[in-house]
Design a protein around this ligand. Structure first.
Ligand code: ATP
Length: 260
């Protein structure tokens, strides 16, 4: 890292993430718009309290169950997700066997290659992106709609993170089950996905790695039961209620910091 952030800093983890994104930007993985999107995510994480809450855990569990049940599961990776969570993506791939595809809103072949290299250097296996046979996902203009024939195009389950609503909608319209990691429960992505994980992308991916190790021991019937019982509308509602109730509590208790 260019700047050494003292681990004693009260906002250490948040600052490390910013550094990773700035480095990713300088290395051509992240676009400036990605830095702005991160800021929106940070704001929601403040409201949630910067921890994985029960509603997120429930969605993560359903997402892992759906992923393990899928015939062709794909983890879709953009610049922000790669810069923040390359090691965790590699772990999740190992424990679940999912394919990993680089898929970008602001696509350039150079950026796809750089992200591929970054992921491979962090242990991700057989990354799909630049060298694959291409197809076009209906509903997205070119080049945003470019996907790999053997990846997202033929996937039955896609995990997206820090993504925009158009892509999630296009994936849903193409008949795929979509799990989305998005800190903003009001985004179009959050409201369009089958399973919405209102959690920070690195925390969520770590949590999914742990859950995958557990859920792999279950039978298909048990996994199916987890997916069938899951209700995304209720879980999204629970995330909004959590924010409202947490803020009300803080308003009652007072939020000023005691410096004495
Ligand atoms: P939509 O089109 O779905 O309404 P949007 O216009 O907010 O969403 P983007 O600008 O692409 O779409 O933003 C990506 C989303 O990712 C934002 O909702 C933001 O809250 C969320 N986000 C940003 N950083 C993170 C992160 N580290 N972990 C999880 N979510 C994040």
């Amino acid at each position: 890292m260019r700047f050494e952030i003292p681990p004693s800093h009260p906002r250490y983890h948040s600052l490390v993430m910013r550094e990773k994104l700035v480095e990713g930007f300088e290395e051509g993985l992240v676009v400036p718009q990605g830095l702005i999107a991160h800021g929106r995510g940070e704001a929601f994480d403040y409201l949630i309290g910067e921890e994985t809450r029960d509603f997120a855990l429930e969605a993560e569990r359903a997402a892992v169950a759906a992923l393990l049940l899928a015939r062709r599961p794909v983890i879709s990776v953009n610049g922000n997700y790669a810069a923040l969570a390359a090691e965790e993506i590699a772990e999740l791939q190992k424990v679940t066997g999912a394919l990993v595809e680089v898929n970008l809103f602001y696509r350039s072949e150079e950026r796809v290659r750089r992200i591929e290299e970054h992921l491979k250097s962090h242990g991700v296996d057989a990354v799909l992106g630049s060298g694959c046979e291409r197809e076009h996902l209906p509903g997205l203009d070119s080049p945003r709609g470019i996907v790999c024939r053997d990846g997202i195009y033929s996937a039955d389950f896609v995990l997206v993170a820090i993504e925009d609503g158009d892509r999630t909608e296009a994936l849903r319209r193409a008949g795929k089950t979509v799990a989305a990691i998005d800190l903003n429960p009001l985004s179009r992505t959050a409201r369009t996905a089958n399973i919405t994980i209102v959690d920070e992308a690195v925390r969520a991916t770590k949590s999914m790695i742990r859950l995958a190790a557990d859920l792999k021991g279950l039978s298909r019937e048990e996994l199916v039961r987890i997916v069938e019982r899951y209700d995304n509308s209720r879980v999204l509602g629970a995330s909004l209620k959590w924010i409202v109730e947490r803020l009300s509590r803080l308003a009652e208790e007072g939020v000023t910091l005691d410096l004495s």
